[in-house]
Design a protein around this ligand. Structure first.
Ligand code: MSP
Length: 503
C-alpha cells in the first residue's frame, strides 16, 4: 500500500545560552532527531527545529560575569550548541536564535494581535521572581523560602508590566486538553497538567520593565518582552508566522513539541492560551519526557558532574553517544545516567550485538559466496515472520516515543540472527550442504538489511555505512531487495570494541 505523504513538524525547547551544552540538552534533541529521521524514512515531509533562547536576565547576568556584552556572549554559546548538535549528527532543518531579526519582528506582530484581541492589560507586578527559572513565583511554590529547583531565594520585584488575561482562556485550553484536541503525553504529564487547572493559575506578565536584554516591547519602549513569552513563539516564527503565512499554515497543524517535564506549565497551559488569544490553533501534540540525574545527583556545575556530549562523542562516536543517551532508561520516565556503565553497554549492544552480526554476515558472504548475494528463493518463512513482527513492534514503539521498546525489539532480531548462525553453522554447511548455505546466507542478509533500516533513525552513520556495503541507495522504510548476484562491499567494523571490557 502506498504510504500517504504527510507533514511532520518536530520541535525541541530552545536552550538557554547561559549554559554550555550538556547531555540534558543533547537527550531531547537526539530524541527529536530519531523521530525526524523515522518520519523521513517513511517518506514524510519533515521540519525539525531546534535552537537557542538568548534573552532575559539570566543570560544578561552570565554575560556580565563572563565580561562580555550579552549579544557577543550569546553568539559564542549559541555556536557551541549548534556545533555540538552537528557533531551528534542531528538533522535539524533550522537552528533558530531568538536574537534573529526575523524572530524579533514576528514577535512584535504576535503581541500586536494579543493587544488587538483585548488579551493584554496594564498592571503592576509585585512579587517574587526566580531568575534561574526566568519565572514569576508565588510563596507557596517555595520550599524553605527558596526556589525548589535552583535553591536560591527569589528576588522581590515591583514592576509596571503588561499582563496576559490567562483567565479568559483557561476553560477552553482545559476543554481541548480533556478532549485530546491537544494531546499531552505520557499520561502522567496529562494528569499533572489537569492538576494545574484545579489548583488555579494567575495571569502573568508579558513584559518586563527592568530587564533591558530583550526584544523591545512594542507598546512601551521602556519595557522588553518577557523572555518566556517570546521564546515560546520560536515555534511559530521559525515557520513564518507573520512573514510567510502560507508556509506557516502548511506546517503548524503538524507540530509536535518535545521537551522535559521541567517546562510543562509553559507548554501545556500558557502556550496554548497565548495562541488561542492570538487567534491561532494550539499545538496538537506535546510529549514531555522525564528528567534524569547523573550518578544519582542532579547535574550541576557545583557538583562537577555535568557531562559534555562532546566527551561522549570523542569516546563512543556520534552513533555511540546517541545510543547511550537514549538507552539508559525508558523515555518518558525519570531516570539516572550512570557514566560508569557506558563502556559495558556500548560493547554489549553495539560492538558485540549489532556491529558483530553485521561483520560476521558480510564476512561469511565474502568467504562462502564470493562476496555476492547468493541465489535463493526469497527469505525463509521463519525469517520473514521475525522481520515483519519486529518492524511492526518498532513502528508501534516509535509512535509512542518508546525508544527502549524499539531497542529491545531490534536487539531480539539481532539475537535471532546470531541464533541462526549458531544453529546452522554456515562453515559446516559450506562442506556439507551448499544449497542450504545459500538460503542461510540470504536469510542472514535479510536480517541485517532489516536491522539497518530499523536502526537508521538511532544510528545514522553506522547504518549508512552498512547500506552502502549492501548496495542500497537512499534508505526508506521499505527494506530494499537484495538481488542475487549483487557484489557486496567489505565492511569496516561499525563499532570497534572498547577497552575496560569485563574479562
Ligand atoms: N529556554 C527554556 C526553554 C524555552 S522553550 C520555548 C529552557 N531552556 S533549558 O536550557 O533550561 O532547557 C531545558 C530542557 O533541556 C528540558 O526541558 C529538557 O528538554 C532538557 N534537559 C535539560 N536537563 C535535562 C535532564 N537532566 N534530563 C532531561 N532533560 C534535560 O528551559
Amino acid at each position: 500500500m502506498a504510504h500517504e505523504k504527510k507533514k511532520f513538524y518536530i520541535t525541541t525547547p530552545i536552550y538557554y545560552v547561559n549554559d554550555q551544552p550538556h547531555i540534558g540538552h543533547a537527550y531531547t534533541t537526539v530524541a527529536a532527531d530519531v523521530l525526524a529521521r523515522w518520519h523521513r524514512l517513511d517518506g514524510d515531509d519533515v521540519f525539525f527545529l531546534t535552537g537557542t533562547d538568548e534573552h532575559g536576565a539570566k543570560v544578561a547576568e552570565s554575560a556580565k560575569k563572563a565580561g562580555l556584552d550579552p549579544k557577543a556572549f550569546a553568539d559564542q554559546n549559541s555556536e557551541k550548541f549548534r556545533a555540538t548538535f552537528q557533531r551528534l549528527n542531528l538533522s535539524f532543518d533550522h537552528f533558530i536564535r531568538t536574537t534573529d531579526s526575523s524572530h524579533e519582528r514576528q514577535v512584535g506582530a504576535f503581541l500586536a494581535k494579543l493587544k488587538d484581541n483585548g488579551a493584554l492589560y496594564e498592571g503592576e507586578y509585585r512579587g517574587l521572581y526566580c531568575t534561574g527559572c526566568e519565572t514569576f513565583v508565588t510563596e507557596k511554590e517555595l520550599v524553605g523560602g527558596k526556589c525548589p529547583i535552583h535553591k536560591t531565594v527569589p528576588s522581590v520585584i515591583t514592576e509596571q508590566n503588561y499582563f496576559f488575561r490567562l483567565q479568559d482562556y483557561l476553560a477552553e485550553v482545559e476543554r481541548r486538553i480533556r478532549e485530546k484536541e491537544i494531546r499531552i503525553e505520557p499520561e502522567s504529564r496529562l494528569q499533572e497538567t489537569l492538576g494545574l487547572f484545579k489548583q488555579g493559575l494567575e495571569d502573568f506578565s508579558v513584559s518586563r520593565e527592568k530587564v533591558t536584554w530583550g526584544i523591545p516591547f512594542p507598546f512601551d519602549p521602556k519595557q522588553t518582552v518577557y523572555v518566556w513569552v517570546e521564546a515560546l513563539q520560536n515555534y511559530i516564527t521559525a515557520i513564518g508566522y507573520s512573514d510567510d503565512r502560507s508556509r506557516f499554515t502548511a506546517w503548524w497543524p503538524h507540530v509536535m513539541h518535545l521537551m522535559a517535564k521541567d517546562i510543562l506549565k509553559f507548554h501545556t497551559v500558557y502556550w496554548p492560551a497565548l495562541l488561542l488569544a492570538a487567534g491561532e490553533e494550539p499545538p496538537k501534540r506535546i510529549f514531555l519526557h522525564g528528567f534524569f540525574t547523573v550518578n544519582g545527583e542532579k547535574m550541576s556545575k557545583s557538583l562537577g558532574n555535568v557531562i559534555d556530549p562532546n566527551r561522549l562523542i570523542d569516546q563512543f562516536g556520534d552513533d555511540g553517544a546517541r545510543y547511550l543517551l537514549l538507552s539508559q532508561f525508558p523515555f518518558g520516565e525519570d531516570g539516572d545516567i550512570q557514566e560508569g556503565r557506558f563502556v559495558e553497554k556500548y560493547n554489549a549492544d553495539l560492538a558485540n550485538g549489532f556491529g558483530n552480526l553485521a561483520s560476521r554476515v558480510l564476512a561469511m558472504v565474502h568467504k562462502f559466496s564470493g562476496g555476492e548475494v547468493p541465489v535463493a528463493d526469497g527469505v525463509s518463512p521463519e525469517v520473514a515472520e521475525q522481520t515483519t513482527s519486529t518492524r511492526a513492534a518498532v513502528d508501534d514503539a516509535l509512535a509512542h516515543c518508546a525508544f527502549e521498546r524499539a531497542f529491545q525489539s531490534i536487539a531480539r532480531l539481532i539475537a535471532f540472527g546470531d541464533g541462526v548462525i549458531d544453529r546452522e553453522k554456515p562453515w559446516q554447511l559450506a562442506k556439507t550442504d551448499p544449497e542450504r548455505l545459500k538460503q542461510v546466507l540470504f536469510d542472514l542478509l535479510a536480517i541485517v538489511a532489516n536491522v539497518t533500516v530499523l536502526h537508521h533513525p538511532f544510528l545514522p552513520k553506522a547504518t549508512a555505512a552498512l547500506a552502502t556495503a549492501l548496495g542500497f541507495g537512499e534508505l526508506t522504510r521499505e527494506v530494499p531487495p537484495l538481488p542475487p548476484g549483487r557484489s557486496l562491499a567489505t565492511l569496516m567494523p561499525l563499532f570497534p570494541r572498547l577497552g575496560e571490557m569485563k574479562k
